[in-house]
Design a protein around this ligand. Structure first.
Ligand code: REX
Length: 433
């Protein structure tokens, strides 16, 4: 992501580090109220003592629109974004949410958020860890005896995609439309999905390497149900949806419809020029705790900002969740526990997740201080260029307007463009399959 943008390396790493030190966002721990200080005798007028927020660039909403239009130019019928920041909320839409009725994209409409669901699952699991019901570094088989063929796979390996359990969705969706039609009405048990993964060779030794796999978060769902003793739907509801009053967020597996005003999703077949497939109604049973949550842009921003502000997890668990390792060699993309971190061209780090289910691409990210958040969606999939273009909303929203380029000579600009190659799209995203 940041894929569509250039990394601006003009600012040296040392300068970025120095600025990060000065402008360090409040962590959940440091945001704790300060101990009261003794009142001082009134003196001459003093400068206001209220803490001043570190200045952040205003979102470039024209840039957001450009990214939404680029998603449409790359095959999305519509796209939208919602930015929440200290100055309030700004939304942008493009195109349609329904190709048949022609209704315009609508930022109050619900959609399938795909793997952003992984962050929801991770929050629930980490709350259970905090309650002493599970340990992050304990073997999964301690809680689910005999489930996995290797006692060395830990709970943390699942959350960091380091278990080596093969991603069963790669074979399932090797042929996009036939793969989707074969499962759109199916209801899988967790065991069946894990069984599909275990029928394939494992990809790495436990803990050895990052390898994104939906299987990990299916096992997370099993762990949640085992430790909590109730269905995951109830756990999402009680621990996230109710406390944050997320009125348009639900986990209705295996119900295939999306309630209320919603965006219709359109899947691109593999065959160039073939008509789009309306993929709105599906059980999403192939994804479950790895990707079956439904939400809307306002709820997603509420979720990511609350998470970053420490409203869902203890400081210890939030620290664990935001402790990341690289997902590739660009040094801009990282993964924590069910959470991505992207380092943007302006040095700002944002935490959240991406999502892809048939017909829907999603981004939901917030800054570490929880003061700014962006969610964006395009109602298409199996069209990597549309997802890459949609990712441009992050740069525009969090980095603001790029300074107008000086007009360098042709020679220097050629040199500059060689020095700043566009980043390839993240290897995890399904457009690479
Ligand atoms: C499955 C294939 C995509 C979709 C997938 N989705 O694994 C999970 C997710 C839940 O959201 N993961 C991504 C299909 C990595 C994320 O974090 O963003 N592709 C499509 C194909 C390809 O069928 N043959 O594009 O709709």
């Amino acid at each position: 992501m940041p894929q569509s943008t250039h990394r601006r390396l003009a600012m040296s790493a040392t300068l970025i580090a120095a600025l990060a030190g000065v402008l360090a966002p409040a962590t959940a721990a440091s945001a704790a109220p300060a101990a009261p200080t003794a009142p001082t005798a009134p003196t001459a007028p003093t400068a206001p003592t209220a803490p001043t927020a570190p200045s952040a660039p205003a979102p470039d909403m024209d840039g957001v629109t450009t990214a939404l239009n680029a998603a449409m130019a790359n095959g999305a019928p519509g796209a939208m974004a919602r930015f929440t920041g200290p100055e309030g909320v700004r939304t942008r839409t493009a195109g349609v949410r329904d190709r048949v009725s022609g209704e315009a994209m609508d930022t109050r409409a619900r959609f399938r958020i795909g793997s952003v669901s992984k962050t929801f699952s991770s929050v629930v699991l980490l709350q259970l860890v905090d309650e002493g019901k599970l340990e992050l570094d304990a073997p999964v088989n301690r809680y689910l005896p005999g489930l996995l063929p290797d006692d060395r796979i830990t709970v943390r390996h699942l959350l960091t995609h380091r278990s080596g359990l093969a991603d069963y969705t790669e074979a399932m969706f090797a042929k996009t439309v036939p793969g989707f039609e074969a499962v759109r009405n199916r209801v899988f048990t967790y065991q069946e999905l894990v069984g599909l993964s275990l029928a394939e060779p494992r990809t790495t030794e436990p803990g050895a390497a990052y390898k994104y796999s939906n299987t990990n978060f299916v096992v997370v769902g099993m762990l949640i149900e085992k430790a909590a003793g109730t269905p995951v739907a109830e756990q999402y509801e009680r621990r996230i949806i109710k406390p944050l009053k997320l009125r348009h967020t639900s986990y209705v597996h295996p119900e295939a419809r999306i309630k209320g005003t919603h965006v219709r999703g359109y899947l691109h077949p593999d065959e160039a020029g073939a008509p789009l497939v309306d993929s709105t109604e599906q059980t999403a049973s192939w994804a479950q705790t790895a990707g079956a949550v439904i939400s809307d842009p306002a709820d997603l921003n509420t979720f990511t900002t609350a998470l970053m502000r420490g409203k869902l997890l203890s400081p210890r668990m939030l620290d664990a969740m935001t402790t990341v390792t690289p997902t590739d060699t660009t040094q801009t993309r990282f993964y924590g526990l069910g959470l991505r971190r992207y380092d943007l061209s302006c040095g700002t780090q944002v935490y959240g997740h991406t999502g892809t289910v048939q017909g829907y691409y999603t981004y939901a990210f917030a800054t570490r201080d929880g003061r700014r958040a962006l969610s964006a969606m395009a109602n298409t999939s199996n069209k990597g260029a549309a997802n890459t273009a949609l990712g441009g909303t992050l740069e525009a929203a969090f980095c603001g307007k790029k300074p107008a380029p000086a007009t360098p000579s042709a020679k220097t600009s050629a040199k500059a463009s060689r020095a700043l190659p566009a980043l390839p799209a993240e290897a995890d995203l399904p457009e690479h399959r």
